[in-house]
Design a protein around this ligand. Structure first.
Ligand code: ATP
Length: 361
């Protein structure tokens, strides 16, 4: 565990975090501008000092105010990746990658990182001849080659345009999946977090308001301010149990009886996280016959929440133990006379799920 129990006054804001993050996978730090995300990451890396508290990574104490322990950044074994790549312009890519490596560098790790980040063809180039996305890949490689025990990434995609972001995301996904290294990842983007993170900590005005596994945090009402009705969604993890190559569809098992078809060919046996937009889910009392919709799934109504605009309501449904949200009009709610505890069917179009909605879990 990465134990964080700190306080720091930042002007008018008191940053106060008391939490534990897992020491595997990607933990996203999310929140509004000025919430304290960068300050928290700087504190973890030793670039800023808390007023009081303790930070412990596994059994290593990085900071303990009471015991006067404050490891310097280089003693903490943390790698940093910032918004801008901060490469040395007079060093080649190879020179940048070698900067800050241990005295007896691990050649196998060098080869792995170069392959993982697709840097082999860039090694002789200088930063001026790299695109923004390529520079960030080098910055990430350089951080990994310092052989850190914790990688801190402060909005590494924020300075890139959308095509460059999309170019870099698969590298980050591969890196997160293949390296056994905890990553703390600051982001403004729920889309990015969906693609990368396993865990999410949300800060609001310096206070931690959410902290837990991504699926459990995803539909929290506290995240609503970031989501328009079109963006409201549920997040469900499931294993790929069947693929139909001729139709490019895959079936995900939600439990022994219930499964979800998605319009992607996915690797058999892989655990997948899928986002289902609430506007793409409709409900019906009877199972429709001969429908074009692939997914007609039994659900139980757990709750009905009004929307801000009052035009529609959000139904909280139990789908094989996972939460599924459906937005329907108030008119439909009145007509169907839905009551909490009732069982009926949810319909989800397989084609409503795109690659941006699907990530490895
Ligand atoms: N050294 C400091 N002294 C005084 N106030 C500070 C200091 N550092 C940060 N702050 C303030 O603390 C708050 C949190 O800043 P921080 O940069 O950590 O937020 P953030 O969530 O990373 O924001 P952004 O998403 O805009 O980068 C802001 O209001 C900022 O002005």
């Amino acid at each position: 565990m990465l134990i964080i129990d700190i306080q720091k006054r930042l002007g008018d804001t008191l940053l106060e975090v008391n939490s534990a993050l897992p020491t595997f996978g990607v933990s996203a730090i999310f929140g509004r501008s000025g919430a304290g995300k960068t300050s928290l990451v700087n504190i973890l890396g030793g670039l800023a000092i808390p007023d009081v508290g303790r930070i412990q990574l596994g059994d290593r104490v990085l900071f303990d105010g009471q015991r006067n322990i404050n490891l310097r950044p280089e003693q903490r074994a943390t790698g940093f990746v910032f918004q801008d790549a901060r490469l040395f312009p007079h060093y080649s890519v190879r020179g940048n990658l070698n900067y800050g490596r241990p005295r007896q560098p691990n050649q196998r790790l060098f080869d792995t990182v170069v392959a993982l980040l697709g840097l082999d063809k860039l090694l002789k180039r200088y930063p001026a001849a790299l695109s923004g996305g390529e520079k960030q890949r080098v910055a990430i490689g350089r951080a990994l080659l310092t052989e850190p025990e914790l990688l801190l990434m402060d909005e590494p995609l924020a300075s890139l345009d959308l095509p460059r972001k999309q170019e870099l995301l698969p590298y980050l996904q591969r890196m997160a999946a293949e390296l056994k290294l905890p990553i703390v990842y600051v982001s403004h983007s729920l889309d990015e977090i969906l693609q990368l993170a396993d865990h999410m900590l949300v800060l609001d005005s310096g206070k931690m308001v959410l902290n837990g596994p991504l699926e459990q945090m995803w539909d929290s009402p506290l995240l609503r301010p970031w989501q328009t009705a079109q963006e409201q969604s549920s997040l469900i993890s499931a294993k790929v149990i069947e693929t139909v190559a001729s139709y490019e569809m895959s079936r995900l098992a939600l439990n022994r009886e219930i499964s979800l078809w998605v319009n992607q060919l996915l690797p058999q046996g892989e655990l997948i996280r899928v986002r289902i937009h609430s506007n793409q889910v409709s409900v019906c009392r009877e199972r429709p016959q001969a429908s074009s919709i692939r997914n007609v799934l039994p659900v139980t109504l757990q709750g009905i929440e009004p929307s801000n605009s009052g035009q529609y309501v959000s139904l909280r449904l139990d789908l094989a133990g996972s939460v599924l949200w459906a937005n329907i009009t108030r008119w439909a709610l009145d007509e169907l006379q839905l009551k909490v505890g009732e069982q009926f069917f949810a319909q989800i179009k397989g084609v409503s799920l795109t690659s941006a909605d699907i990530a490895a879990a």
